[in-house]
Design a protein around this ligand. Structure first.
Ligand code: AR6
Length: 178
């Protein structure tokens, strides 16, 4: 599914984010930037040790923030490591932190002249964020940024399986029809 938002083409796709050829891909990192499982593990495996080395030098990234490294052996030139919230009960600022994580990626992309960007569904794996709520926040945050900035031309959401894709699709249709 795709939609034009201001100057940007926003698409939803099923796939593996490590294969994306956008200028940057976003990693679902932890605040110690230590690598891990899920999309983080896949990115470090595919990109090689240079990415983790750069992460070690940066050292830390609080939830709701993001940092940028080179892409190592990945097709993407950069990796933006974003730290989403660990979902507890929805009463610990999880929504605000998730929104801030997405927004931080977009701000970093603009600052570094990144024109195309691919996101995974931050916090929806090991961090346990309910998928539908997470999809709504992800899409609202990205659409609202793109509506007020025209430098980023392509944003993909790369969803790992069909169920996640269908939930994002439903949320995107509902968001764009309001
Ligand atoms: N491409 C796209 N999406 C993927 C891929 C991939 N290759 N692999 C998994 N996903 P998660 P989180 C999806 O757990 O919840 C790590 O250990 C996955 O199906 O990767 O933010 C970090 O080090 C899910 O929908 O990230 C942190 O400690 C989504 O990516 C912690 O997990 C996010 O799942 C972060 O947890």
């Amino acid at each position: 599914m795709e939609a034009r938002i201001n100057a940007c083409l926003l698409t939803l796709k099923i796939g593996d984010i490590t294969r994306e050829t956008t200028d940057a891909i976003v990693n679902a990192a932890n605040s110690g930037l230590r690598g891990g499982g899920g999309v983080d593990g896949a990115i470090h495996r595919a990109g090689g040790p240079a990415i983790l080395e750069e992460c070690r030098k940066i050292g830390h990234c609080p939830p709701g923030s993001a940092v940028l490294t080179a892409g190592g052996r990945l097709p993407a030139q950069y990796v933006i490591h974003a730290v989403g919230p660990i979902y507890r009960d929805g009463r610990h600022d999880e929504a605000k932190t998730l929104e801030s994580a997405y927004r931080s990626c977009l701000v970093l992309a603009s600052r570094h002249g990144i024109k195309s960007l691919a996101f995974p569904a931050l916090s929806t794996g090991a961090y346990g964020y309910p998928l539908q709520q997470a999809a709504r926040i992800a899409l609202e945050t990205v659409v609202s940024y793109l509506n007020t900035h025209d430098d980023i031309r392509i944003v993909h959401f790369i969803l790992y399986n069909r169920d996640t894709y269908e939930i994002f699709k439903t949320e995107m249709q509902s968001l764009l029809s309001t």
